[in-house]
Structures are given as C-alpha cells and as structure tokens.
Ligand binder design. Sequence first.
Ligand code: ARG
Length: 716
Amino acid sequence: MKKLLLSLIAAIMLVPSSVKADEGMWFLMFIERLNHRDMQKMGLQLTAEEIYSINNHSLKDAIVQFNGGCTAELVSKDGLVLTNHHCGYDAIAELSTAEKNHLKNGFWASSRKEEMKPSSLFVRFFVRMDDCTKRILAQVNDNMSEAEREKAINAEIAKIEKENNEGGKYVVSVRSFFQGNEFYYFVYQDYKDVRLVGTPPESLGKFGGDTDNWEWPRHTADFSMFRVYGDANGNPAEYSENNVPLKPKHYLPVNIGGVQENDFAMILGYPGRTNRWMPAAGIEQNVKFAYPAWVEGAKVGMDNMKKYMNQSDALNLIYASKFASTANYWKNRQGMIDALTKFGTAKTKAAQEAKFNAWANKKENKAKYGNVVETINNYYKLTNEKSRHDNYMMQLLRTSAFATVGRTMGRQLENYAKADAAKRAQMAPAILEMAEEMFKEVHIPAEKDILAAQLNLYSTKATGYAIAPLVEKIGKENNGDFTKYVNAAFDLSIFTSKDRIKAFLDLPSEGMITNDPLYVLSNDMLTHFNSKSDAIAKAQNDYGAAFRKLVEGLRESKIGTIKYPDANSTLRLTYGKVRSLPADKRNDAKINNYTTLAGQVKKYKKGDAEFDLPERVLEMNKNKDFGRYADKDGSLHVNFLTDNDITGGNSGSPVLNGKGELIGLAFDGNIEAMAGDVIFDKKLQRTINVDIRYVLWVIENFSGAKHIVDEMTLVK
Ligand code: ARG
C-alpha cells in the first residue's frame, strides 16, 4: 500500500525515470544534483554535504581503499578499520605460521602491542575530486592516432598531478571516464602503517569456501579488522614503534537495531571494473574465447596448488592466498559465461547497436559515427583467437611464480651482472631481500608441477593464434609434454634457491644469467605476450577511437540510458534497499533476504575443508547464546541481501542506513550479479552483506574480544 502511494507521488512529481535507484555507481560530487532527492524519498536522512564535503568532515572521510583492491571503513576514534576477511586474507596468511596459525585459528590482539604489522599494507583516504575534462580534451584532436592522443593526455595529466600533490603529501590520480570522453582527478592520502587487530578463524571467515562463493543463501563471517597508525601529528609514517593510532576525521557509528525488507541501504566504496558499455561482439569474445580459457587455465593452476596445500599447514599457508584469488575468479568467470548466456546479454546489446548504427548513418551523423560499429566488430573478429591465447597465457603467468622471473628477479640479476663492482655492492642487499620474499612464497616441487602443467595446456589449447616460439620448439621436441624439460630447467637454473642466487651474487657472470633456462623461457613468453602484428596494432588503434565514439554517440543520441561512468577503482556510492529474492528451499529464514546462525549450523560438515565449524559455534547456537545481537525474532542474523549495484573492489564496503550508520559489510554478489560486469538487472542481481550484528557477535561473544567492540559507538 505504502509502495503504491509512493509510486503515485513519484508519478505526479514526474521524477526523472532515467536516474534509478539500485542501478548505478555514482560520483559523490554529483549526488546533490543527480540522486539526492531520490535517495531522500527512499529513506536517506543525510544532506549531500554530510556525505561528501571538501571543507567539512563528512561520510567520505570514514571510507578508505584497502591495499589497492578492496574497501574498508573507520569504526572507532582510534583508527580501527573493518574490511572483509578475504581482503585481509593475504596479510593474515603472511602473519601466520604452522605453529601460530592465525588464519586457521583466528586471532584477536588483547592490547595494542599485540597488533601485527604485515610487510606491506596500506589504506588510502579520499581527499577530494574535480572535473578536468575541458583541460584534458583541449590537448587532443581527431587527427591524432590513439598513441599520440595518449601521449598528449599523459603530459597534461602529469601537470595536474604535480599541481595538486602538495609536494608529495598527496597521491593524485587523473582517470578517464565514459571511454575517454570525460576526465576527473582524485586527491588521496596514503597510510602505510596498518596492523592486524583481529580475524575470525578461517572456518567462519571463509565458511562455505568456493562452493558457496558467489551464491546465496550464504553464511559467512567475511570480515577482519585492522588499525591505521600515523605519527604523533596524525600524518602518514613508515612503521615505527612510536607511531600512534590515527584519529580519523570521521568514523561510522554502528547500528545494531537490525534491518528489514525495503529499508534504505547505501554502499560507499571502490568498485574495480565494470564494462557496461561493452559492445555485443566484446561480450561474445569473452563468453566464447577469453573466459573459457581463463576458467581452464585457472583450474589447472588450482589443482596443482591444491595437491601440495593438502600436505601440510606450512604448505597450505604458502599457497592459500594465491589459491583463493585464483579460485574466486575461476568461479566468477564460469558464472559470467553462464549468466551472460542465460540472459542473452550479447543479443540485447546487439539490438541496441543496430539502433545506434541506424542513427549513426543518418546524413548528419555519418561523417563522425558512420563506421563506428563496423570498426568495433572488425576488431573483435580479428582478435578472438588472440584473446583465447592471451587468457591461457595470463593464467600461466599468474599461477606459476617462475614464469615471470623475466621481469622480476631475472632482470635484477642481469643488471647486476652487467654493473661494475661499486654498483653491484649497492644492488646486492635489495636483491637478497627480494630473494628472501620470493622463497617465502614458493615451494619448488609445486612450482615445477604448475609450470609444466600450464605449458602442457597452453601449448595444446592456444594454437588458434601463434604460441611463444620457444614453447613451440620445446613442445615439438618433447611430444607436447613439458614435465621432463621443466624438471631439467629447475635443476640447472640459478633462480630456484636462495643459495644459488647468493652464489651468483658472489660470482656473477652475464652468460650464466642470459643462458639460464628459466630466464630464457620466461623472456620468450613475456615478449611474445606483449607483441602483436601490425594488423592487430592498427585494429586496436581504430577500435580505441571507435569505442570512444560509440559511447559519445550513445549518450548524444540518448540510445544509451546509462547515466553513470563505468567502475574504475574510484570512490562511488550506490543506493537501494534491503531486498529479498523469491523464496528458496535452501534458506530457512522467514524472509529470503537474510540467513541465520541456525542455517549456518545446518550446513555444518565435521572436518570438511569448507563447511567445518568451531565446536563453540555449535554450542552457542544450541544455547541461543546470541547476547545483545539477537534479532527481535530471536535468531542471530548472519548475512543479508540488498539490491545495490557493486562489483569486485567494493569488497569490505560499508552498508549504511539512512543516517549513515553501519549496518553491514558488502562482500559478494549472487550468481546473477556476475552479469553485472556488463549489465545490471534489478530483478535478479543482489549484493550479499554480513550483518554487522554477526560481526560484533563473533568478536565479542564468540572470541571474547569485547574490548574491541567497546571502542566502537553502538546505536539502535
Ligand atoms: N566473491 C567475493 C569477491 O570477489 C570473494 C569471496 C571470497 N570467498 C571465497 N570463498 N573465495 O568479492
């Protein structure tokens, strides 16, 4: 009833239908103009100024980008930062040993002294942004090649960065939007002393593992907690015992009152990448060529890691993080293939392009837009096989540590061999440190298997396009089986142990490095990966210009309806509401917009790698020991759904109610949401969030770390 009334009011007021809730990743600086009225109607009680202000403290001051790829939020006056477990995963694994296995057992610092600094982890605060489109576009014209255009733009970008970084105090980044039709600059401040405060055991933090990943109903405590430190004046500083917890300009109050269907929910964060303007042929290329290769290559890497991870806790810790991120995208890419096929997304896009093409070939548009669609389609036709090849190669390079020695350790050693004695003395310590780090992350028998298996796959499956010449030669000499060759190369290579690298530093020889079998193989693959024919280079150049014009033309003709730019790791806001999916037998909650601890316990499988649970959880569930975090209905809510528009990079983002209070953490999407890379479907796509009450229950009641919760401001 209320809904009907609202839509009547909306109709009377003629609310522009173009700006829709749920779909859209909006810039904070345009909220006032584009979204604020709509948001208010849905339940927002803050002013636009309270969300984003350059001069006054605002919500944006509590949101950080976490280690370059995730989002996190400040939740105490002493710099406590909350993010996802899968965002802290790499740091937690690094800080764990077989004896003190925090990844497996969980960890909570009982005092500030116990907080642990991983080798490298930073958070990035957003200071301000502004439009610099006119200034950038004044540097270019239509006669430039794409390379010339890029050069001119980069020169202007360098100036803008210099003008705004205040002598190095800030990081300034100028980014392109709407496919090079608009430009904005962003001013950030980075803090590098970030320490682990606590994490649930992996059995909770990653409950459901890859089976449940990207799916609903979900029961995961996907959170971990860190603290930002600065110097005594609150400025960023390298790690030091004298650093103190940062006093943030703003931190989020936490609302433990619980959420209900249709409650307003907004998410601020750093979505990484969407391709909502991607042409139909691009979608086809991904679904038929790129992603299948990605999925297959990732799986080969995963299977070979898993073999060794199962052998011991120590080996598991070496590969846990690499395995998790490989597995995450392995399932994601398969999900995208399925979702885009099921939705017929390429067809929908093709229909839009046909409409555009008709418009583009009208007399008045023809000169500028007439051949846009044709150029785009030619490019994809020419590069389909290359994209398959590149994806096999990419998984090879990602999962095999030694496939990339050409650009890491190898290059260092070659430079070292060529340098004079003084220079060598200068270089040696950094190289030794690099070796130290490198061998923490590899296990040689596993690496041999990964590389051989990936070469076997690549050399047989990527042949629609030319494969790397040396790989082809070795394959021919060995009937397509690289096992023997790889084993021999590892035996001979100087890259396969710290001792060999040390010995090389003591007695360097240029010939020895330039003939090293792993170095030669790696260089061969990297060079091949980065090279292309003149025809492809030309098609790529033309495609760049055509795609830019396609987006310009879709906006100009109003055939395209999207009003927000693609995600590109810049701060965005998305708003919508708590929203259920149709009833689902697998979820026993009363409404299919949340899950409960009882539901989690139902999934429990003793000793299982993905569905095991700590005894204590079973007991607490039996006793309904939910403390102050029980819902009105008596259960403990674990995860919930909203219809916000997010993507990878939003992981760890705060879910906020209309007052800007924290009600949850975004951590995933349902299967249908995977199509969200190229299209948003408001009926089917959902964001999956951890209920903040479950987070606090795990910290306070399950882990006994009430002192951490006491730092936060709880409201109801
Ligand atoms: N799908 C989530 C994302 O990309 C990551 C979830 C991590 N959990 C897992 N079981 N791998 O943000």
